[in-house]
Design a binder for this molecule. Structure first.
Ligand code: FAD
Length: 279
């Protein structure tokens, strides 16, 4: 497999146990020399203090180029502006700009309706300070029933000033290649990096996928399900499948791989180890 840049995504730990899990994973993932790592942000400010603290920790105590996610839904211009200033002061130069999803019980969208509004705001108010990554959806965003409209909205977000895009995870390489092809035809020239979800636990994966609209192919679900509680067999099989997906993506021209680690090293390492052997 051709060498490509890799990046790792974490979520901000809240409990002692979650802190310990992330701390245990970091040395092993750091050893793979990621180009950068990122940390998610709960829309509506549900991780308002945790995300900046995790970013500080990753940057200062682990020496990682850590990029915060920033979801605008439910936030005001002032709040988002203050966060951007805080990140700038920490030395952050890359932001993953998102709309987020309205948390249950929250009625107001806040000052920004879509991620494109946030990208435009960052460009207008902080021009030049940040490299902006945005999200995109090879299998179409779950709230969009029109793939063409979804692509047009992606293009609007890119035209507002995004420098790169990371996809939602998927297990069908053709969905990625077709999406990139359509984006290029629409005039999108920025790198589109596939988001990769290593598989550790089928029921958790199914729950996530139902929420975010990622499709688990029937054959894959059936094969994972057939392993029952045999955790080792699931791990081996899943790592083979995800490594084969990554290999196909990179061979087909994907410019990098962004791993959704869920703060654990083992499932991601199992995939990357196999890719190393395929190189
Ligand atoms: P948008 O680009 O605003 O799109 C959202 C929907 O609105 C789409 O259906 C789009 O077609 C539609 N749309 C866009 N513009 C218009 C318009 N002008 N008119 C009509 N419709 C429009 N969520 C979090 O809360 N925190 C995170 O840290 C986080 N990290 C993520 C990282 C990645 C790489 C990805 C892929 C997703 C992440 N998410 C995160 C989830 C994301 O917030 C949700 O998928 C959310 O529903 C959409 O966010 P977006 O930035 O893609 O939104």
């Amino acid at each position: 497999m051709a060498a490509v840049s890799i990046s790792f995504e974490f979520f901000p730990p809240k409990t002692d146990e979650q802190h310990a899990t992330l701390e245990a994973a970091l040395p092993k993932l750091k050893a793979l020399a990621p180009e950068y790592v990122s940390c998610t942000f709960g829309a509506g400010g549900s991780t308002l203090s945790y995300t900046p603290e995790t970013i500080r920790h990753l940057r200062e105590e682990h020496g990682l180029d850590a990029a915060p996610h920033l979801s605008c839904m439910g936030g005001t211009r002032e709040e988002i502006g203050a966060l951007l200033e805080r990140y700038k002061a920490m030395g952050c130069r890359r932001i993953v700009a998102l709309r987020g999803d309205l948390p249950s019980g929250m009625a107001s969208y806040g000052d920004f309706r879509y991620a494109s509004d946030l990208v435009e705001f960052i460009r207008r108010e902080h021009d030049g300070s940040f490299h902006i990554e945005v999200a995109c959806y090879p299998e179409v965003h779950p709230q969009s029933d029109d793939a063409h409209a979804d692509l047009r909205h992606f293009k609007t977000k890119v035209d507002a000033g995004a420098n790169g895009a990371i996809t939602q995870y998927f297990y069908n390489a053709d969905a990625y290649f077709r999406f990139v092809e359509a984006a290029r035809r629409a005039g999108v020239t920025i790198p589109i990096v596939p988001g990769i979800m290593p598989i550790a636990n089928f029921s958790q994966l199914k729950r996530f996928s139902d929420l975010c609209g990622a499709e688990i192919p029937r054959w894959l679900a059936k094969r994972l399900h057939a392993h029952g509680d045999d955790v080792d067999a699931i791990r081996e099989f899943a790592a083979d499948v995800v490594a084969a997906l990554c290999d196909r993506l990179v061979t087909g021209g994907a410019p990098g791989l962004h791993f959704y680690t869920l703060n654990r090293s083992r499932p991601t390492l199992a995939v990357i180890e196999r890719l190393g052997k395929a190189a």
